[in-house]
Each structure stands twice: as C-alpha cells, then as structure tokens.
Design a protein around this ligand. Structure first.
Ligand code: CU
Length: 356
C-alpha cells in the first residue's frame, strides 16, 4: 500500500508539474486526483439511474430507432442454402446521433445472419454494387482462398459452393486488403452451423461484437468514416453488439427466468478480444470457438478471440435485468453492453422483488 501511495504522490506531482504556474505541492497531504486532472480527462462519475454494471442507461428514448433483432431464426429445412449478398456502401447508425459511412454486405452492419445445419451446402453468390473491389471469406468453409476469396471488381459477381462440415459460430468477412479497413468499415457477419445431432431446445440469440473508429470531423453530409490511425492504435470510439452501441441496454431483450438461453457470440473485431460475461449469471456450458469437444462447464467469463465465435448456455435464475458485457470495461463503456430482461415482456422487475 505504501508503495502505491508514494506512486500516487509521484504521479500527482508529475501532473501538477505539467501546469504553469505549478501550485505548491504539499507532500504530507497529496492533492486529490480531481485537483490535478483537467475536466476533459475525468469520466462522468454520476451514475445513470437504473444501471448496474451496464455502463449504459437501461431503457431509451422512443425516438431512437428500434434495435436489430438478436433472435436467431431456425435454419431452413433444406440441405442446399442459396445465399446471395450484394455489397453496397451505405450510411448506418452506429450510436445515438452517429451516422457512419459503412461498407456492407446487404446494406446492414453486420451483414445478415446465416443459419445452416452441419453437412448442408451453401451456394453463394456475391455481387459487388460498390465502386471498389471486395471479396468474401467464410470461416465455416474449407476451400482454397486463392481460388475463391478473390477480389470482385465493381459491377462484377462471384459464385462458389461449400459444405458446412463443422458446427459452430463462424465469422464471415471481406478479405480484401487492407483487411482491417474492410472489416472496420462493416464487412462482416455470422454464419451459425448447427450440429447434425440437435442441441437441446433453447432460446437462441446471436451477437456480433465489433468496433468503430470514427473521424474527428464529420463530412459535409454529417457522416463519419474510418480513422485509420485510431484503428492502428486500437483505440475505437464505439464497441457494438450487432452494429450499434448499447442498443440492447436501451432496448433490453426479454427472456424468461430459468429458460435455457443459448448465446452465439462472433467477434468480428478487427482488434479487440471480447471477455464475455453475463452479470448475475454463470455459464453452465460454453463451446469455446464453437468446438463440440469438451465444453467448459460452470464458468463466469470467456474470451472470444477476434475472428472467433463461441456458444454460451446459461439460465437466469431470478426475475430481473442481467447486463451482458465484454468485461474489458473500457470496451463496455464504449457500448459493449446489453441487457437480458428475465421477466414478463416489457415489465420492469423492481429491485427487491426477486423470487427468492
Ligand atoms: Cu471489402
């Protein structure tokens, strides 16, 4: 503790010394942090009402657009899935009041969720309606990148097939160089492959975590775009689940107490590892990076690497609001947070009325 205190005094003196004129430092009584840090450097320490670990207010203004649904639709009962995606450059809303000039698969960020069963064939067509080359890399496929993950010129298209042999929660993304730029601009999505032997019935939700790095000054039309230096410095402005900061905090997801939840989390990055955690919950099973072998049991937080996807099963034992976060809390503060609301749809469960 003494070492820490001396360190704090040294830091305070150093900061005080940066100012001109420097106030006289009193060694016996170090100045409080607030006295040596400018207002811009201070976080807002006023807790928003109705928040616990969420880092974002729960419930939001009606004027905000409805969030993207996290519900995973069942896989179509066919062995051949025709998937056609058009690449378009489109302005998307990534946070309240923030319009981003994105590059997209199908006009949304992330692109549409694909859901198939193990052994199914994906018959894929990519159409480039944008003005620069793009491509497509399916992590669920085992095919030669040099043949299929090739650039599609503006106005051109590409077609290939693959068999989804391996179950899991897979990322798909544009693979055109610089890949970090194409991913940071929004070119990614999730492809869920169910095992041939179905898992137990559950409420299934899918989340794609990703980052946005925005230019300091908006363009004339009010949109922001990619700040490449921020990307290289891994200093995103927004961390998002399904394309929009904190959207499931402002619009909590209704679930039922004790029902089996299965959460698919694909981390598109392009840079930040997700330390996925549900406040108030413990995962009874986690299929790390989608692996069927030896799922983790009884764990609290599991990293999902960039470019990976894991499957989380849990039950929320009591009625109430349960934030889900990346427990790297700088990233949660930047929007990597949502809320699972275990209770009657739309009905707030007051603190103190839990079942036990
Ligand atoms: Cu691209």
């Amino acid at each position: 503790m003494e070492t820490l205190r001396i360190g704090a005094i040294a830091a305070a003196l150093l900061l005080a010394g940066c100012r001109s004129p420097a106030p006289p430092a009193r060694q016996a009584e170090p100045p409080r942090a607030a006295a040596v840090t400018s207002p811009q450097e201070q976080p807002d320490t006023t807790p928003p009402a109705d928040v616990s670990h969420g880092e974002a207010p729960i419930g939001g203004p009606e004027a905000e657009p409805a969030p993207r649904l996290a519900q995973l639709e069942p896989a179509e009962r066919t062995r051949l899935h025709r998937v056609r995606l058009e690449i378009v450059h489109e302005t998307v809303s990534i946070a309240p009041g923030v319009k981003y000039a994105a590059w997209t698969f199908g006009g949304t960020v992330p692109g549409p969720v694909q859901h198939v069963r193990q052994g199914d064939t994906v018959d894929f067509t990519l159409v480039n309606e944008a003005n620069i080359p793009h491509s497509m890399d399916f992590h669920a496929a085992e095919i030669a990148p040099s043949k299929y993950y090739v650039n599609v010129m503006p106005g051109d298209s590409l077609h290939y097939r693959f068999v989804a042999r391996v179950p899991g929660a897979f990322m798909y993304h544009c693979g055109t160089a610089p890949v970090a730029m194409h991913i940071a601009n929004g070119m990614y999505g999730a492809l869920i492959v169910d095992p041939a032997t179905p898992r137990p019935k559950a409420r299934e939700l899918v989340f794609v975590q990703s980052e946005f790095y925005e230019t300091a000054k908006p363009a004339a039309d009010g949109t922001v775009s990619l700040d490449w230096q921020k990307l290289l410095g891994q200093a995103p402005d927004h961390i998002v689940f399904n394309g929009r900061a904190s959207q499931y905090a402002t619009h909590p997801i209704d679930v039922r107490p004790n029902e089996l939840l299965r959460l698919y989390l694909v981390n598109a990055g392009p840079n930040r590892i997700s330390s996925f955690h549900v406040v108030g919950g413990i995962f009874n099973r986690v299929f790390e990076d989608g692996s069927q072998a030896n799922p983790l049991e009884g764990v609290q937080t599991v990293n999902v690497p960039v470019g990976g996807g894991s499957i989380f099963e849990l039950r929320l034992r009591q009625p109430g609001d349960y934030p889900f976060v990346t427990h790297a809390f700088a990233d949660a503060t930047k929007g990597g947070v949502g809320v699972l609301r275990a209770g009657e749809p739309g009905k707030r469960v007051a603190v103190g009325t839990a079942a036990h």
